[in-house]
Write a protein that binds this ligand. Structure first.
Ligand code: UDP
Ligand code: MG
Length: 148
């Protein structure tokens, strides 16, 4: 089954949005497979965002991500990478539709509350980076009530 890496950024943790955000993924029917609150260092944040290292906003982005604890998660389900990105909304909250997490809870692009993997391939890389210890092996008992 497909998995994605979701991270509630420091602003989301500080603003008390962890429960709300987890609830949206849970209520959709996705399965929580990994979860931890962790403060990462500069080197780790730079690894996570390595693809963006040439961007002018890179240093500010790294400062933002290391500014406090983040909630790192793995969510599993059919099409969870693409659907997860839809639940999150557009990168710039000014363009995120109401009803999405960024559309409902964010204003500035540099404080956009949450990260989600952009492809199955980057999800695999990000899960390996953030959860080297591995993730939980379990299957929800309501699986048959969510999938036909
Ligand atoms: N970002 C920013 N300024 C920009 C573009 C992106 O501060 O002009 C930040 C923003 O927090 C975004 C993150 O960099 O979430 C990663 O950018 P990406 O293009 O991967 O967007 P995402 O996948 O998070 O929607
Ligand atoms: Mg991205």
């Amino acid at each position: 089954m497909e998995q994605t890496f979701i991270m509630i950024k420091p602003d989301g943790v500080q603003r008390g949005l962890v429960g709300e955000i987890i609830g949206r993924f849970e209520k959709k029917g996705f399965t929580l497979k990994g979860l931890k609150l962790i403060t990462v260092d500069r080197h780790f944040a730079e690894q996570h965002y390595a693809d963006l290292s040439a961007k002018p906003f890179f240093n500010g982005l790294v400062e933002y991500i290391i500014s406090g604890p983040v909630t790192a998660m793995v969510w599993e389900g059919k099409n969870v990478v693409t659907t997860g990105r839809k639940i999150i909304g557009a990168t710039n909250p000014a363009d995120s539709a109401p009803g999405t997490i960024r559309g409902d809870y964010a204003i500035d692009i540099g404080r956009n509350v949450i990260h989600g993997s952009d492809s199955v391939e980057s999800a695999k890389k990000e899960i390996a980076l953030w959860f080297p210890e591995g993730i939980a092996e379990w299957r929800s008992s309501v699986h048959q009530w969510i999938y036909e």
